[in-house]
Every structure is written in structure tokens, then in C-alpha cells.
Design a protein around this ligand. Structure first.
Ligand code: WQD
Length: 340
């Protein structure tokens, strides 16, 4: 069975991808330092999969850690999720973000080259587009100056991967530009676990619904959009996870020295206020929200053109926005002591 290293595999998208990898016949090897994830996710994965999941606690920045993982489980591919991802925090501590997000990729690529591991799927983000001039965005849409050091680390990592392939390194790379991941595994055994006060919209919505937060503030309703609030492309995390499996299978068929990039979104844009209204409807509850000032650095509207991933990877979203908002609420309600 092909072993695949998942760095950050106990995290939100990493854990859901581990489930999809097993379903596709791969053996995930999770490496996570649990700096932004909960070790109990490993047990939850075993419950979902009905078998033990191989994992190592450690920092993928550390070559010795990679050596010990590889000695135990010679993996044939990598999905690289491990990165700090809080936009606001990255402006406060840019060096921490550059060292971790960019540094870990260079250590990993060097290690892969030494061991002859060829396939890597990289976790990138639609944040590389900034505020696009045209919508929907295709993969050829020019990338813009990042709004934050976090966003810049994603751009720099994409450039590192392109340059590494251009250097004739024997690697095959796909960068996946995520839009806005939301939702949770239908079992409600794994989901998004924000550290402290959520930065992102949907976990804030679910925590408000759960009474953990008093209310949700809509950051601006005076934008040039259908209802004045920002628009995003919200994609179910299971669909996003499946895109990684499809990307891996695609890479395995390519020649060495290969690079490609795909948008991973639904192709639909929904506004912040639409998310709130849909969440209320789907879950039959009322949310306490107010309109507040705009959040600096916010992109007004962005959603994906998904023709390339549809046609090249044969990937299409299977879950609806309603599924995402139902699953995210079921997950929030399921949160108990050991994972809260
Ligand atoms: C979405 C919309 C907010 C919270 C960022 C990163 C991206 C990825 C996902 C890591 C915006 C509005 C939010 C709230 C609100 N990062 N909002 N009230 O900013 O699109 O993307 O997170 O994987 O790379 O850039 O996501 O969920 O923070 O915000 O009104 O309490 O919801 O203003 O318009 P964003 P988000």
C-alpha cells in the first residue's frame, strides 16, 4: 500500500484528507507537532477508519524527524499542510511565519530529493490572487501582492516549487489553491478546531450558535456586492480533501520535473450575510449578529473558475453549501471535553 506523508495531518484539512486517502487505498503517515491541532484527532481518525492511523509527533522543519519517519515508513509521496495560517498573527510575527511556512518547505524538498521521493501536493491558497480584477479567477489570473505575511508565504512557496522543478529536480508538484474551507466530516468526529477566538467566519458562526460567543459581527455591509457584505467561495472540507487524492493520482502519472496548479473551490460565491441566513435556515435557529466596520485587508469578493480541476483531475464538488453549514453545526454540537 502506498505510504503518503501528511505534514500537519492532525489539522483541519490534513485529518479529513487522511480519511479520503485511506478510502482511496493509500496509507497515510501523519507528522504533526500538535502546535495548532489536537492529538485526540488521531483517535477520532481511528474511529472513523476502523483501524489505527500511523502518526509521529514532530516538526517537519527538523530533518532528523523526517529521517526517523522515513526510516520507519518509506513514504512515496507527500501532502504538505503544515504551516501557520492566522492572517492577523502573521502581521504581528512575520519572521515566525517565514521561518516556519517557507523554511519547512525547503527542508522537506531537500529531504525528498535525497530520498528520491517524487510526488508532493502543496497546500496553497486563493489569497495569492489578492482582490482579482476579474471574476471568477482562473489559475492564469495574475497573483497580486499579498495582503499579509501569511499570504506572502504561500506565494513564495509556490515560487520555490516552480524554481525547484525548473532546476530539473526529479519532483512532480501540484499546488492546490484553496478557497474557503468549511464544514466537517459527516460523522462529526473531526472538524475545524480554531485556537482561541476564531478568525474565520464559519467557526465564529457555530460558536455563536453554541453560545460560546455572544454575537457575530459582520465586517462591513457597504461593499459593492449583492447585499453589501463580502463574497467568498466556501468549499466543504471533504470535497477539498478529495481534491488532494485526485491530485496525487494525477502526479503519479506524470514524468519527473513536473509542476501544475489548480483552484479548489465550488465555483460559486456566497456573501457573509448569505452564510448567516443559510446557516439559520438549515439548522433552524436564529443567530445574534450585528454589522460592524470593515476588516482591514479583506478581499471584497472572490470565487473560483473550476474548469481546470474539473477537466484535468475529473474533480467536482459533491457537497452543497447547506451540507457544509449543517456539518459544521453538527461538529460544533459534538465538541466535548477532550477536543473542545
Ligand atoms: C471570510 C469573510 C470576513 C469573521 C482567510 C485566509 C485564507 C484562509 C481562510 C487559511 C470575510 C468575514 C469573518 C467574522 C466576518 N486561511 N467575517 N465576521 O479572510 O476569506 O480567508 O481564511 O487557511 O487564506 O485569507 O476567511 O473566514 O476569515 O473571512 O464578517 O467574525 O467573512 O470579513 O469577508 P478569509 P474568513
Amino acid at each position: 500500500m502506498k505510504k503518503i506523508l501528511i505534514t500537519g495531518g492532525a489539522g483541519y484539512i490534513g485529518s479529513h484528507t487522511a480519511v479520503e486517502l485511506v478510502k482511496a487505498g493509500y496509507e497515510p503517515i501523519i507528522l504533526d507537532d500538535f502546535s495548532n491541532s489536537n492529538p485526540n484527532v488521531i483517535n477520532r481518525l481511528s474511529e472513523i477508519l476502523g483501524k489505527d492511523v500511523i502518526y509521529f509527533e514532530g516538526d517537519c522543519n527538523d530533518k532528523e524527524v523526517l529521517e526517523s519517519v522515513y526510516a520507519a515508513h518509506a513514504f512515496e509521496g507527500v501532502i504538505h499542510f503544515a504551516a501557520f495560517k492566522a492572517v492577523g498573527e502573521s502581521t504581528q510575527f512575520p519572521l515566525k511565519y517565514y521561518q516556519n511556512n517557507v523554511g519547512s518547505l525547503t527542508v522537506l524538498l531537500d529531504f525528498m530529493q535525497q530520498k528520491g521521493v517524487k510526488n508532493i501536493v502543496f497546500s496553497s491558497s486563493c489569497t495569492v490572487y489578492g482582490q482579482p480584477d476579474q471574476l471568477p479567477v482562473t489559475e492564469e489570473t495574475p497573483r497580486k501582492d499579498a495582503e499579509s505575511p501569511y499570504g506572502n508565504t504561500k506565494k513564495i512557496c509556490e515560487d520555490i516549487l516552480v524554481d525547484f522543478v525548473k532546476s530539473k529536480a526529479k519532483v512532480r508538484v501540484v499546488s492546490l489553491r484553496y478557497f474557503n474551507p468549511v464544514g466537517a466530516h459527516p460523522s462529526a468526529k473531526i472538524g475545524e478546531l480554531p485556537n482561541g477566538t476564531p478568525n474565520n467566519l464559519v467557526p465564529f458562526v457555530t460558536q455563536t450558535a453554541a453560545g460560546i460567543r455572544e454575537k457575530i459581527t459582520v465586517f462591513g455591509d457597504d461593499y459593492d456586492t449583492v447585499d453589501g457584505s463580502c463574497i467568498r467561495d466556501f468549499i466543504h472540507v471533504m470535497d477539498l480533501a478529495n481534491a488532494h487524492v485526485k491530485a496525487l493520482a494525477y502526479l503519479e502519472k506524470q514524468a519527473d520535473c513536473f509542476y501544475d496548479v489548480f483552484n479548489v473551490g465550488t465555483g460559486n460565491g456566497n456573501s457573509v450575510l448569505e452564510i448567516i441566513k443559510t446557516f439559520e435556515k438549515v439548522n433552524d435557529l436564529k443567530l445574534n449578529y450585528t454589522i460592524g466596520p470593515r476588516r482591514p485587508g479583506d478581499v471584497v469578493k472572490i470565487w473560483a473558475d473550476t474548469q481546470k480541476i474539473n477537466q484535468v483531475l475529473g474533480w467536482y464538488p459533491q457537497y452543497s453549501l447547506e451540507d457544509s453549514l449543517r456539518d459544521s453545526w453538527n461538529w460544533e454540537k459534538s465538541l466535548s471535553g477532550e477536543l473542545a
